[in-house]
Design a binder for this molecule. Structure first.
Ligand SMILES: *[C@@H]1O[C@H](CO)[C@@H](O)[C@H](O)[C@H]1NC(C)=O
Length: 519
């Protein structure tokens, strides 16, 4: 064996051994929302199963921890219950729009949540334990103080975004994002925005920028000092991000530019379909006219629908041939027609995988949209909150879904759209095309996530992938200083020309008037 070959073998062995030794990983998914938990756990579990030592901070107890690797849970007790109580005081169907635009309320809520998690006794014990980690993976939700756990534990920082690239993470890694093309998630603008839409989009992104710079970040810096350590340079560490994992993929999200340390792993949470429970299997197999599945996700409860709306929906459903599965959070639904089956919970992925399912009526949440694309089921979207409107718009633009705004739900509109989705084969064809795109991957996105986390460890933070200009002031990045200088030079030149002209004119007038006098 040549020396070079031997060297290569040793290097490979070294890399192999180093990652297989098992790194110490802190998985931070504090947001007490089932969808966030679902995504975070999928990755943390995969890392444990790859042999790493994983500590998870979560609001949801894991009933079946992974068998391989080490798994330690720090459970934020009562957080989900508290959030549920808070949610119970609002009705998303009435307040959805208001909530989307209630910037300050959302900011206050996330700051409070960040503080509650950091001050939680077991979290404080961990912070003060003197333990070290190799990597800290933080699920992102405007919770920048949590990122500071990475420098505190001497670890590389990895962000996990439950959505795609957005103003929650673009600025951290210098990912290009222009308000002319990058839609703010709560505005339901089409991809190609007109003048007014672009203006509003720009206004919202400026508000977001200002709120982050002058309100959120200073508050997070305070929380860091108070609960983690006063030795951390918040401003510096904020941009010291090794990797951002994005829950997006061109099959369901807009294609976008991504810097090298942003990696799209959308679809990673999708599992191979399991057989349905016997009763459901019978129901679906036996549905002569197919099945329509109706669910508004885990946060929005369809039991909160105003009674009139509910009755309109029931009336519309009663006229349909299909069997309808409705995720409804109470035991009984008065006036329910025979073809409507209610349950408090359905195994959504396994239902969508069933060939009898014709349409999914959804709020357009990203997980639901991703799952429906994966399984090739057209959607009817009634977006209520957050990014749902953008996802719904995407489904419409790509021709695999229709949008039924909440305010427009009545018997005619609902059945009209369902009829169109069921009978026009275009929607199914388009969603199948998208499904093929989602499934056409080099490796499973979950394996890709594990690969990149280990890559960051192997390359000591993977500095070589980072944009050197992350901390560049925005006016330099957007060339505003240069544009200003050019503008100033032009103005100056115009001014000089004007001055010279008027000087010449005056002289000319003088000489001509002198001549005239002489004459
Ligand atoms: C940035 O993070 C790395 C770990 O990824 C750490 O070694 C380094 O000291 C940090 N840099 C600064 C400037 O704090």
């Amino acid at each position: 064996m040549s020396a070079r070959k031997l060297f290569l073998v040793l290097v490979t062995l070294f890399c192999f051994v180093k990652t297989n030794e098992g790194a110490k990983i802190l998985g931070w998914s504090a947001m007490p929302a089932p969808s966030h938990n679902f995504l975070g756990k999928a990755i943390f579990r995969a890392l444990a199963e790859a042999g790493h030592d994983v500590t998870v901070v979560t609001s949801f107890h894991e009933e079946t921890p992974p068998k391989n690797g080490k798994w330690r849970e720090i459970l934020l007790k009562g957080f989900y219950e508290k959030m549920t109580k808070q949610f119970a005081t609002m009705n998303f169907f009435d307040d959805g729009k208001k909530l989307s635009f209630g910037f300050m309320n959302i900011y206050k809520m996330v700051l409070q949540l960040t503080e509650d998690t950091l001050s939680y006794p077991e979290v404080q014990n961990l912070i003060k334990s003197g333990e070290k980690f190799d990597v800290v993976i933080v699920s992102q939700f405007m919770n920048e103080a949590h990122y500071m756990l990475a420098p505190h534990f001497n670890a590389h920082l990895i962000g996990l975004s439950t959505i795609g690239s957005s103003n929650w993470n673009n600025y951290l890694v210098g990912n290009p994002s222009l308000p002319s093309v990058d839609r703010e998630m709560m505005l339901s603008h089409p991809r190609r925005m007109n003048f007014f839409q672009r203006s509003l989009n720009t206004l919202v992104s400026v508000i977001n920028y200002l709120a982050r710079t002058f309100y959120l970040l200073p508050n997070h810096a305070e929380l860091t000092k108070k609960y983690i350590s006063d030795k951390i340079d918040f401003e510096k560490e904020l941009y010291n991000v090794s990797l951002v994992l994005l829950n997006s993929h061109p099959s369901v999200s807009d294609p976008k530019p991504h810097v090298p340390n942003m990696v799209e792993i959308g679809g990673f949470h999708i599992k191979e379909p399991k057989p349905l429970p016997e009763d459901l299997k019978k129901l679906l197999d036996g549905a002569k006219h197919g099945v329509i599945y109706f669910s508004m996700g885990s946060n929005i409860k369809s039991k909160d629908l105003p009674v009139e709306k509910r009755n309109v929906i029931l009336k519309a459903f009663g006229k349909r041939k299909e069997t309808i599965l409705w995720k409804f959070e109470e035991d009984s639904l008065p006036g329910k027609p025979k073809n409507v089956i209610i349950r408090k919970w359905f195994p959504q992925q396994d239902i969508l995988a069933h060939p009898k399912v014709k349409v999914f009526w959804t709020h357009g949440g990203l997980l639901s949209t991703t799952e429906t694309v994966y399984h090739g089921v057209p959607i009817l979207a009634t977006p209520i909150l957050g990014d749902q409107a953008t996802n719904a718009q995407g489904a419409k633009d790509e021709g695999y879904g229709l949008i039924l705004p909440y305010a427009d739900i009545d018997e005619n509109s609902l059945n009209g759209m369902l009829d169109e989705l069921v009978s026009n084969p275009k929607y199914r064809k388009n969603v199948k095309t998208r499904s093929k795109i989602m499934r056409d991957r080099k490796v499973h996105p979950l394996d890709e996530a594990v690969y990149w986390v280990e890559y960051v460890i192997r390359h000591n933070g993977a500095k070589h992938l980072r944009m050197w200009y992350v901390e560049m002031p925005w006016y330099q990045y957007y060339l505003l200083d240069v544009i200003f200088a050019v503008f100033a030079v032009i103005c100056l030149a115009l001014y000089v020309i004007k001055k010279m002209c008027s000087l010449c004119c005056r002289r000319y007038k003088k000489t001509t008037s002198k001549k005239m006098k002489k004459n």
